[in-house]
Ligand binder design. Structure first.
Ligand code: SMO
Length: 698
């Protein structure tokens, strides 16, 4: 069982000694194998599984009709949906994406299940590929943006395309299900949100949530991809309960590319109005987000986040922002590290950089001219977001100083004069870290040991270390005397989970409040052992932020971009665990650099995924990473007792914006004003050579 205390085991995880879902021993469990559509739009003309049922090792085969009565998956409607969306567990007569499960086999072994899947007679008559369908949208308006835009001294426009990205957690999706003799079911699942799994399964299967126990063992990365329930997972639970047998499924890497949620994919367009003094007077924008053939719970979050965060920290009062979410016959999309925040930062910081070029104002100076002074916070943005605290100008001043910006800029000029392509990019960004509540139960024993049970969860972070530090500080014990547990709906209090950079500001504050209650009880003379369980509700979002500078060079002959230096100023509020903060920034930067320079999923016009393996999908490696210079500010958040802000997504938000600005700065002498990600060698080579100035003219 995985309900043991999990000590400070980040080292164990690094050494391969973690216990992941696929490590759970489940004697006699049947392996679920899915036969998937190889067509993006079609009608199932023939599906014959009768002979397959008699194949060696095959215990059961199911098709769409067997699971037609299951309920729908709830969708978080941050943008109102204009129609109900399907949640097919197995295809119901038609297929809507390559990779959609059509039939499921339960077999004694994976090999026997795969043999059976190949033997199924499936004939799909391809139909015309439908156009993308607009199914959700919402506008944010403040002031008269068209009028303000008409009066602006300068107007700059930008468009940013985000390729669909593979979240690519090291551990693919996995679930193991065991029906218990008492009619309950125990589920081990690699998930960020075990309580969400429980409540959504109860709704879909029509059973009492009290019958369901969900355990998230060690989770090998997730990045948003494991925060929503999948059809394959629902099938495994349904099959185990229906047949009364243990069932497990472990996705292959190919299945992850084809049927796990993709991140990003958005297109943003914006216009920024600027007055004669460099002040931003109006912002208009359109955010278009792709949705897949079915909608996971968090499908609409990226478009919503991109829109609400878009005005950034700049105090732009007049905005008109439209969002549209369009369904297409492709894999589902969902949240992915940053989840709309990188999209907001990229469009805005491209616009701000263009405004700097258009007005001839230095990139630091134009940003500084538009930032509220720190005593103007809390500040309500034009999209209704309450920025809680921060010193944005201070972050830019610090970045300018520690990056030795003026010397660097002079160095760039020298290198350009010598024929090199090199540039600098600045980006300022926000990272809202979640709303709502989280829970904690803390027991303080007479021998001084402390047990913390959190409703939060983890996907590989050092949650145990951070929460132990919080408890130890309040109770005056050593962190080693604090055991932290999470990720089990039976033993832990009800909670939300490891999403949206919320685990320290909200989940950690729950631990803090429970410990504070215990300390107060001790102060009032009560004897140990003592226990307290609390539900902490944050007063509002804690807004982390950062300012990054990237120095980037492009090889003129090959188009290869190299990030030569990156200087990151981050404000995560009061830091609980400075090492964890630094590690999150480094990991996030790597992932953001992946989006900026190399990652992209490509579909052809027939809906075939052309990049469905690591042979075709490039991700950053250790030697692609520059040495990061990290500097911190610590502006406490007034929204929670720790004064903490989230930082788990910071690098992913700031890196692509700074890298894209740096690449355009590098190619600006050639007349390049726009580039789209990923900044692959082929794309940069083309940009260099299409301008006609990139070739050797001697
Ligand atoms: S993209 Mo995150 O796991 O909310």
């Amino acid at each position: 069982m995985t309900t043991d205390f999990r000590p400070h085991h980040s080292q164990a995880l690094l050494r391969g000694a973690g216990q992941y879902c696929d490590d759970i021993a489940l004697p006699g469990a049947l392996r679920a194998i899915f036969l998937r559509s190889d067509v993006a739009a079609g009608r199932i003309a023939a599906l014959d599984v009768s002979e397959v049922r008699a194949m060696p090792g095959v215990h059961a085969v199911h098709v769409g009709a067997d699971v037609a009565d299951l309920g729908a998956l709830p969708v978080n409607e941050v943008l109102p949906l204009e129609q109900a969306t399907p949640f097919p567990i197995l295809a119901q007569g038609r297929v809507h994406a390559v990779g959609q499960p059509v039939a499921a086999i339960l077999a004694s072994s994976r090999a026997e299940g795969q043999d059976a899947a190949e033997a199924i007679w499936l004939d799909i008559a391809a139909t015309e590929m439908p156009e993308p369908r607009h199914i959700a949208g919402r506008d944010w308006t403040a002031g008269d943006a068209p009028a303000a835009m008409a009066h602006a001294a300068h107007r700059v426009e930008a468009q940013v395309h985000h390729a669909r990205l593979a979240p690519l957690s090291l551990e693919p999706r996995c679930i193991a299900v065991r029906p218990e003799p008492d009619g309950t079911v125990t589920i081990w699942q690699t998930t960020q949100t075990p309580h969400r799994t429980r409540s959504h399964l109860a709704a879909i299967l029509g059973i009492d949530a009290a019958r369901i126990r969900v355990i998230a063992p060690d989770v090998g990365g997730a990045f948003g991809m494991k925060a929503s329930l999948y059809p394959e997972e629902v099938y495994c639970v349904w099959a185990a309960l229906t047949l009364g047998v243990a069932v497990r499924w472990s996705a292959s890497r190919s299945e992850e590319f084809l049927s796990a949620t993709h991140g990003r994919g958005l297109t943003t367009m914006g216009v920024l109005g600027v007055d004669g003094t460099g002040r931003f007077t109006a912002l208009t924008a359109e955010v278009t987000a792709p949705l897949g053939h079915w909608l996971p719970n968090s499908a609409l979050i990226p478009a919503w986040n991109a829109a609400r965060v878009l005005p950034g920290p700049y105090g732009i009062e007049t905005v008109q922002i439209k969002t549209a979410a369009v369904q297409e016959n492709r894999a589902p999309t969902g949240i992915y590290r940053g989840a709309g925040r990188p999209e907001a930062a990229l469009l805005l910081e491209r616009l701000v950089d263009k405004a700097a070029r258009g007005t001839g104002i230095d990139p630091f100076e134009i940003r500084l001219r538009n930032l509220p002074p720190k005593d103007a916070l809390p500040h309500m943005t034009a999209t209704g977001q309450m920025l809680d605290s921060g010193d944005y100008a201070g972050a830019l001043h610090l970045l300018r100083r520690v990056s030795r910006y003026d010397a660097r800029a002079a160095d760039m000029s020298r290198r350009r004069a010598a024929g090199e392509l090199a540039g600098l990019g600045v980006a300022l960004f926000l990272e809202p870290s979640g709303e709502g509540w989280e829970s904690a139960r803390v027991t303080w024993h007479a021998n001084g040991r402390v047990e913390v049970d959190s409703g939060s969860s983890a996907q590989g972070q050092v949650r145990t270390r951070s929460y132990a530090a919080i408890a130890a500080r309040v109770l005056g014990t050593a962190p080693e005397d604090v055991a932290v547990r999470y990720g089990d709906t039976k033993t832990c209090p009800e909670g939300i989970g490891a999403v949206a950079s919320r685990s320290t500001p909200i989940g950690g504050s729950a631990v803090h409040e429970a410990c504070s209650a215990l300390r107060a009880a001790r102060g009032a003379g009560e004897n140990l052992p003592l226990s307290a369980e609390i539900r902490f509700e944050t007063k509002g979002q804690a807004w982390g932020y950062g300012a990054y500078l990237v120095q980037l060079a492009i090889d003129r002959d090959t188009g290869k971009a190299t990030v030569e230096a990156a200087i990151c100023v981050d404000d995560a509020g009061n830091m609980i665990d400075a090492q964890a903060v630094a590690d999150q920034i480094v990991g996030g930067f790597a992932q953001g650099m992946g989006e900026a320079l190399m990652e992209a999923l490509h579909y052809d016009e027939d809906g075939q995924l052309l990049t469905a393996s690591l042979m075709d999908y490039a991700v950053p490696r250790a030697d692609d990473m520059p040495t990061l210079l990290l500097y911190e500010m610590q502006t406490p958040s007034p929204m929670n007792p720790l004064g903490a802000k989230g930082v788990g997504e910071a690098g992913t938000i700031g890196a692509p914006a700074a890298i894209l600005n740096a690449a355009i700065d590098a190619l600006a002498p050639l007349g390049v004003t726009d580039l789209q990600m990923p900044l692959s060698p082929a794309r940069l080579w083309q940009a260099i050579n299409e301008t006609g100035k990139g070739r050797d003219e001697t």
